[in-house]
Write a protein that binds this ligand. Structure first.
Ligand SMILES: NC(=O)c1ccc[n+]([C@@H]2O[C@H](COP(=O)([O-])OP(=O)(O)OC[C@H]3O[C@@H](n4cnc5c(N)ncnc54)[C@H](OP(=O)(O)O)[C@@H]3O)[C@@H](O)[C@H]2O)c1
Length: 288
């Protein structure tokens, strides 16, 4: 893995940086001297993260952008503000070095067949933020990421989940969005190759397991026993480091923690058994 010191002087955009893994990535980028733009819907939390970054690194160059990435205008606003900011602070090198697509709306509840309009509204919101938001930002960013000959490649880091591969009923909308994210970014990678841009822009698709963030704990603590969670869940700061290193490395995939790969192959080889197992786990959760 390349050292994180390679972040020094890079222009980095992190979406969903008000809490969780995105917040941890902001602190690591600050520690290693990157110029950062952090985005989410909650200004107060972003201001807190920005102040913490300045404590970590007093000369930190950081901009906060409050936006809702469920809407195209929010994505455009983030991209334009970031490019203007990088131009302002570093006009010899205004381009985007790293785009971290991290924000996500999540949902962990069963479908309500008596309320179809509400179900579709929830699905639409999640698809707009998680899939269309990621796709829009990548399209807007690519023209600012095409490096000149001899320059280092630029990275797009995409946060996905093992739940995209092993959908549970309860995670229906979230799993659907992440499965579509995988498919979209695999296609985008192919497209970069067809267009001869594969050495200039590298996409790192991160398939994460259970990472210790407030959202994950809110979704799981009420269903799973504490001893199990303590054994399965991994630290968000460590995860943030590994994600950034994988992006700097230009690797195509990251499975973290690595047990995710086991699920992937088990689902590939024994789909029926694995689905049945998922079903029984959910049934147990519903009745306890
Ligand atoms: N934690 C896990 O166990 C786990 C597992 C697999 C995959 N992942 C993936 O890893 C990424 C980070 O996970 P996390 O647990 O750190 O997430 P998190 O704590 O829930 O944080 C999500 C971030 O996204 C922002 N966000 C949500 N909707 C938004 C919108 N419409 N527009 C702009 N920002 C929005 C939130 O900020 P605001 O509310 O301020 O907007 C927040 O900063 C996500 O993509 C998630 O799907 C996480």
């Amino acid at each position: 893995m390349p050292p994180l010191s390679k972040l020094q002087g890079k222009n980095v955009i992190i979406t969903g940086a008000s809490v969780g893994i995105g917040e941890e990535m902001a602190y690591i980028c600050a520690k290693h001297g990157a110029n950062i733009v952090i985005a989410s819907r909650r200004t107060k939390l972003l201001e807190k993260v920005a102040s913490e970054c300045k404590i970590i690194s007093p000369n930190q160059r950081i901009k906060i952008v409050t936006c809702d990435l469920k809407h195209e205008e929010g994505c455009e606003y983030l991209l334009n503000s970031s490019v203007n900011y990088f131009n302002e602070i570093n006009n010899k090198k205004p381009e985007i070095d790293m785009l971290i697509l991290n924000h996500a709306m999540s949902l962990f509840e069963h479908m309500d067949f008596n309320n179809p309009a509400l179900m579709i509204e929830k699905l639409r919101d999640i698809m707009m933020a998680n899939l269309i938001g990621f796709a829009t930002l990548s399209h807007l960013a690519i023209p600012h990421m095409i490096s000149k000959k001899g320059e280092e490649f630029k990275s797009i880091i995409v946060l996905s989940s093992i739940i995209s591969m092993i959908s549970l009923g309860m995670s229906w909308a979230y799993s659907t969005s992440k499965a579509a994210v995988n498919s979209y970014f695999v296609s985008l990678n192919e497209e970069l190759e067809y267009q001869g841009l594969q050495n200039q822009i590298k996409i790192t698709l991160c398939y994460l397991g259970s990472i210790n963030t407030i959202t994950m704990r809110n979704n799981t603590d009420k269903y799973f026993p504490k001893w199990l969670i303590d054994h399965v869940v991994v630290n968000a700061e460590e995860t943030a480091k590994i994600i950034l290193q994988s992006g700097l490395n230009g690797q195509k995939e990251l499975w973290y923690p690595s047990y995710g790969v086991l699920f992937r192959y088990a689902y590939g080889i024994f789909p029926g058994i694995m689905r049945k197992l998922g079903f029984l786990i959910q049934k147990h959760l519903m009745t306890n």
